[in-house]
Design a protein around this ligand. Structure first.
Ligand code: NCD
Length: 320
C-alpha cells in the first residue's frame, strides 16, 4: 500500500503518491456518504477520541461523523470542561487518554507543534486537526479533492490564496500540498498579513487583488483570523473588504470558470461577499464541507489499516 504512516501530522511528510492514495480512497467514501445507508465497518471495535483544545464546529463534527460512519466508538473530549482548565498539561491529558486505549486520537491545539509532541507520547494513531499556524492536513486534503473534482485535475493550475496568510495553517498546508502537485501558487493580501520569509516560499506574492487573481483557476479565500491578531494588521474591516474582500467584480479578473473556496467559518462582508459565497455556479464552499467527511474517513481508514498491521507484527514478534 502507498500509505505507510503511523500518524497524519502534516502534509509536509506526505509524498504525491500518498496524497493521491488518500484522495482516491476518499472518492469511494463520497459515494458511500450519498447513500441512504452510510455505514461501513472498517473501524468497528475501534475507539476514536476527538480532543479539541480550540473551538471548532465543522472540523470536529466532520471527524465525529466520519468515525461513526466507519463504525468506531467516538468520544468528544470537551476541553473547556476538563482538567486542562485545572492546570493539567497537554502531556498529562494525552497520557490519561492513552491509558484508556484509544486507537485514533484527533487533536486540535492552539500551539504549533503541540500535536507532533503529543504523537510521540501515545500508542495510537494521531491525526492533526489543526495546530496553531502550523498545519491542518485534512483541510488541505479536502480542498485538494474539491479542486480535483471541479477542475478534473490537481496539476498545472493557477491557485490564488488570498487574505490572512500569516495566521493561517490552512494556507500553509495548502501551499505545501499544491506545491507538491506542481501547481502555480500565488499569495494575495496586504503585506501586514503575509508570513515572514514569504519571498522564500516559492510562490508569487501580490498586494493587489486584480493583479493576483488574473488568470487564476482557483480563488481560495481565508478567514481574517482576528483571534490571532494583536491589533494593527488592518486599518478597518470596511477598508479591508473594499481592497481584499472577494466580490463578483474582483472575481472577474480570474478565469471565467474559476472556482471560489473558503475553509469556513466565513466573515461575510469582510473577506467575501455573502451572495458570491452562496452562488452555486462559482462557489464550492458546500462541496468542501461534503469532501471533508469523505477525506477524514479515508485518512482514518488508512491509519487504522497501518495500526492493525503494526499490532499484528508485534503480536507475531511476541510469539516467536
Ligand atoms: C480553519 C481552521 O480552524 O484552521 N477552519 C476550519 O478548520 N474549518 C480556518 C479558520 O479557522 O479560519
Amino acid at each position: 500500500m502507498a500509505f505507510r504512516a503511523r500518524h497524519l501530522l502534516g502534509i509536509e511528510q506526505l509524498t504525491p503518491l500518498e496524497i493521491t492514495t488518500i484522495l482516491d480512497l476518499a472518492e469511494r467514501y463520497v459515494d458511500l456518504n450519498r447513500r441512504t445507508v452510510k455505514q461501513s465497518d472498517v473501524l468497528a471495535g475501534m475507539t476514536q477520541i476527538n480532543l479539541f483544545f480550540e473551538n471548532s464546529t465543522r472540523t470536529q463534527s466532520s471527524f465525529e461523523l466520519a468515525g461513526k460512519r466507519l463504525g468506531a466508538d467516538v468520544m468528544n473530549m470537551s476541553v473547556a470542561n476538563s482538567s486542562v482548565k485545572k492546570g493539567e498539561t497537554l502531556i498529562d491529558t494525552a497520557m490519561t487518554l492513552n491509558a484508556m486505549h484509544p486507537d485514533l486520537l484527533v487533536v486540535r491545539h492552539q500551539s504549533s507543534g503541540a500535536v507532533n509532541l503529543l504523537a510521540q507520547k501515545v500508542d495510537c494513531a494521531v491525526l492533526n486537526a489543526g495546530d496553531g499556524r502550523h498545519e491542518h492536513p485534512t483541510q488541505a486534503l479536502l480542498d485538494a479533492l474539491t479542486i480535483r473534482r471541479a477542475k478534473g485535475r490537481l496539476q498545472r493550475l493557477t491557485v490564488a490564496i488570498c487574505g490572512d496568510v500569516a495566521h493561517s495553517r490552512v494556507a500553509r498546508s495548502n501551499l505545501i500540498l499544491l506545491g507538491k502537485m506542481e501547481n502555480r501558487l500565488r499569495l494575495v493580501g496586504p503585506p501586514t498579513l503575509m508570513p515572514p520569509g514569504v519571498a522564500d516560499l516559492g510562490c508569487e506574492v501580490y498586494g493587489d487583488m486584480a493583479e493576483g487573481l488574473k488568470g487564476a483557476d482557483v480563488v481560495m479565500m481565508l478567514r481574517l483570523q482576528k483571534e490571532r491578531m494583536d491589533g494593527g494588521f488592518i486599518p478597518s474591516e470596511r477598508e479591508y473588504y473594499h481592497r481584499y474582500g472577494l466580490d463578483a467584480e474582483k472575481l472577474a479578473h480570474a478565469k471565467p470558470d474559476a472556482i471560489v473556496m473558503h475553509p469556513g467559518p466565513m466573515n461575510r462582508g469582510v473577506e467575501i461577499d455573502g451572495e458570491l459565497a452562496d452562488d452555486i455556479n462559482r462557489s464550492v464552499i458546500q462541496d468542501q464541507v461534503e469532501m471533508g467527511v469523505a477525506v477524514r474517513m479515508a485518512c482514518m481508514d488508512l491509519l487504522a489499516r497501518n495500526l492493525r498491521a503494526e499490532r499484528g507484527r508485534k503480536l507475531v514478534g511476541t510469539m516467536v
